[in-house]
Design a protein around this ligand. Structure first.
Ligand code: NDP
Ligand SMILES: O=C(O)C1=N[C@H](C(=O)O)C[C@H](O)C1
Length: 274
């Protein structure tokens, strides 16, 4: 593996995560900002990426041509939108570079297209790039395995800032998948994502989701195991977006010498059980 700093592209460079990534790349050894991309027509195209991120000028000007940005890069950090991420996955595969995907809200079809691109590219995709949430998912899986579904109800509660556009959050779904894995069931068949009106009593064995949105909350997640007379709560609070950005950069460096494939943050962090 090369000793030179890994050349990274940040797509969605002017977004909340894009700016956080640009600041962190600047302060971490072993990575360098190669290019920054926003959508064609964005008012940020032509501006210095460092200025937008509050660092002062870095000489990296935000462009609107991702393929050109990817050509001589080694990795792309992508926290954008599902449609953009699907397009970037094809381009990253063409350029044979690492694609770190933090974007949430992807449909089954989007995920299938990203998985297809991962036949040629090293893709690391996770609904949450932080160490803490990934550890929480391991604990949630263990707790779900230990607690009898007839006696313990699982509910997942999340809160995010008012600008968030997808629900449940990618993290809530990741935690739901972990709990379902612990119970040996498929999440899709057992999840209850909305409750309204006369719902009837709760069906045993289901996994419920509740979504709160408001203010500037970065990310709050709890997995509740509710039994008769007691509740076990496993939770995570994000105080700063740099936890996600640090994880994304770690993922890019980890994937640098891996074979093409679709990896998760559990793989990156060595928390994967298989
Ligand atoms: N996995 C994880 O750990 C985390 C995941 N996320 C996820 O990351 C995503 C982004 O979050 P956040 O940063 O808060 O959102 P923002 O809306 O602040 O940023 C997204 C940026 O991507 C840009 N963008 C959209 N389409 C394109 C395109 N085709 N080409 C280039 N740029 C594009 C947007 O531009 P424009 O405004 O013009 O559309 C915007 O600047 C969400 O899905 C969120 O859930 C967030 C935090 C952590
Ligand atoms: O949109 C966000 O902000 C976040 N999105 C991710 C999610 O959907 O879980 C991760 C984090 O919670 C912040």
């Amino acid at each position: 593996m090369s000793d030179a700093a890994m050349k990274l592209v940040v797509v969605g460079a002017a977004g909340r995560m894009g700016q956080t990534l640009i600041r962190l790349i600047h302060s971490i050894e072993g990575v360098t900002l190669h290019a920054a991309v926003e959508r064609p027509g964005s008012p940020f195209v032509g501006k210095d990426a460092g200025e937008i991120a509050g660092l002062g000028p870095t000489g990296v000007i935000i462009g609107d041509d991702p393929l050109n940005a990817f050509l001589h890069a080694e990795g792309v950090l992508d926290f954008t939108s599902p449609a953009a991420t699907v397009d970037f996955s094809g381009l990253a595969a063409q350029a044979r570079i690492v694609h770190v995907v933090g974007t949430t809200g992807c449909s089954e079809d989007d995920n299938a297209r990203i998985a297809a691109a991962a036949r040629h590219a090293r893709v690391v995709k996770s609904g949450n790039m932080s160490l803490g949430v990934n550890l929480l998912s391991v604990l949630a899986e263990q707790a779900a395995r230990a607690l009898d579904p007839d006696d313990w109800d699982i509910e997942i509660l999340e809160m995010h800032h008012k600008h968030k556009v997808d629900a449940p959050s990618g993290t809530a779904l990741l935690l739901g998948e972990a709990a379902a894995k612990g119970r040996g069931i498929g999440l899709a068949a057992k999840s209850v994502r909305v409750r309204d009106g006369h719902t009837g009593a709760r069906e045993a064995g289901t996994i419920g989701f509740a979504t709160l949105r408001g203010g500037s909350v970065i990310g709050e997640h709890s997995v509740l195991f509710a039994g008769e007379g007691e509740i076990v709560t496993l939770s995570h609070s994000a105080a700063d977006r740099s936890i996600f950005a640090r994880g994304a950069i770690k993922a890019a460096l980890w994937a640098r010498d891996k074979k093409p494939g679709l990896y998760s943050m559990l793989d990156v962090l060595g928390l994967s059980s298989q």
